[in-house]
Design a protein around this ligand. Sequence first.
Ligand SMILES: *[C@@H]1O[C@H](CO)[C@@H](O)[C@H](O)[C@H]1NC(C)=O
Ligand SMILES: *[C@@H]1O[C@H](CO)[C@@H](O)[C@H](O)[C@H]1NC(C)=O
Length: 227
Amino acid sequence: MKFSSTIIFLIFLLVPSLKCAFRTGHRHDWYEKNRLKVSCLQQDDPVGRNAVSRCWFWEGMKSWFRRTSISWYPEQTKTWNMTELTAHCDKYYTCMENTKCYKDFVLFETLDRCSHDAFNIGPMSFCYSTLRDVAKNFPDKLSSCVKEHLDATPTRKWTCEIAQDLGNCLLPDVKNYCEPNFLPIFKEHQDSRMFNLGCDGRLKFKDMEDLKDHNATDLVGSSVEIE
Ligand SMILES: *[C@@H]1O[C@H](CO)[C@@H](O)[C@H](O)[C@H]1NC(C)=O
Ligand SMILES: *[C@@H]1O[C@H](CO)[C@@H](O)[C@H](O)[C@H]1NC(C)=O
């Protein structure tokens, strides 16, 4: 009797402190602290953080399923417009934005990662395989930057310069060798990248300027469905 009440007493004592240790110890494990606004990380305001974890889990999972579907059946994307191709990214973005917790540049960079990924594994994959055939059979026909790009491992850096250079590099050979009806979507995708990454001047990321000392691309960790 005495023994069990001691145990119960100990449990009562331990549970809150364990809970506390769990919360402070693991709160940021599944997302990068640097991705969120400071106001959101304050301990006494869990609403935003809870919303972030819900988004991360539910929308992230749905987005991942959509990505998997595209990568297994890329043919389905041949008839899709950009809106259809990136619907899952837009939903994820909207959920993240509604938390009011994410830094702006993180939101838009995540959107770009997701839509660029969907574009590459979807419609662009057919163009890439055409370009690879050309590179194999007529190596002199392609521009050297395209050949380099086909051999290179995908970059983990997300900057205007890299996105712009890649678009400019690919455009002439996409025009020459890929299906003509693919060209509009290629251009539309490139324009949306320039917008999302803040390269065309329409978006200005205040919170990115606050981080001038750091490299923004290093701060944005991989999210659940992207990479
Ligand atoms: C994209 O396709 C969907 C479905 O066919 C259509 O409802 C939508 O209006 C299209 N969007 C654009 C921007 O063309
Ligand atoms: C930021 O990037 C530049 C160029 O890529 C590099 O030289 C520099 O060391 C990086 N700074 C940090 C803090 O990682």
